[in-house]
Design a protein around this ligand. Structure first.
Ligand code: BEZ
Length: 218
């Protein structure tokens, strides 16, 4: 069961900064409503199918790292076209085989109404499998980052955590995260929009490239 919001939002043109389309659906932890997660970070991600090799490795790793997401006040929510009972059977297999319980919700989306609203499947696709799309949704419900991986390549869980850390750090510091940024490393200042600051910068100073709180980047 989905809301009109998700039904109406089948444009697949979601962009960074858009409000994530709301939906209500059955999941492995009971009914979930996306807007019910406001106030916390949420990572909503699709997987092609239950009982597939790459997806299984992703879920095992995500379950192992679940505490790291919780520590960052971030909930996880997975989604595929498979039925709730397929999700249950897969999670039972994962528990029995890998000794780990997947406790974050996995949504069933048999009609693809949610997957289409989020652009996880193309409307013209004959194959109903959702690709590995990941949406980082902030506490206000805004989409802050998106990634899309092919079915035959698994996501990096450390990279998901790094993206979350970077998004939270740039919000906290009103700063910018440089290439390869890792938690604990310096952020960058927003570039000035004032010509006087440009002319005031010392000789050879990269006026547009400064560590946050420190001035010029060395
Ligand atoms: C996998 O998760 O292993 C997978 C899913 C769909 C297509 C190919 C591989």
């Amino acid at each position: 069961m989905t809301t009109d919001d998700a039904r109406a939002g089948s444009s697949q043109n979601l962009r960074i900064g858009d409000t994530a389309p709301d939906f209500e659906a059955r999941s492995t932890i009971g009914p979930v409503k996306l807007s019910g997660f406001r106030g916390r970070w949420l990572i909503l991600f699709s997987h092609p199918a239950d009982f597939t090799p790459v997806c299984t490795t992703e879920f095992v790793e995500l379950a192992r790292q679940a505490g790291e997401f919780k520590r960052r006040d971030c909930e996880l929510m997975a989604l595929s076209v498979d039925s709730l009972f397929s999700h249950f059977a897969w999670l039972r297999m994962i528990r029995d085989r890998f000794d780990i319980e997947v406790r974050f919700p996995i949504v069933e989306d048999p009609t693809l109404v949610i997957g289409r609203a989020f652009g996880m499947v193309a409307p013209q696709d004959s194959d109903s499998a959702t690709v590995r799309t990941t949406f980082f949704i902030d506490p206000s419900g805004a989409i802050r980052a998106m990634t899309c991986y092919p079915a035959n390549m698994g996501r990096s869980i450390p990279e998901m955590l790094r993206m979350l850390d970077a998004l939270q750090a740039i919000d906290a510091e009103s700063a910018l995260a440089p290439a390869n940024w890792q938690p604990g490393e310096p952020l960058l200042e927003q570039p000035t929009q004032n010509l006087d600051d440009v002319f005031k910068a010392g000789d050879g100073a990269a006026w547009f490239l400064r560590e946050a709180g420190k001035g010029e980047k060395k």
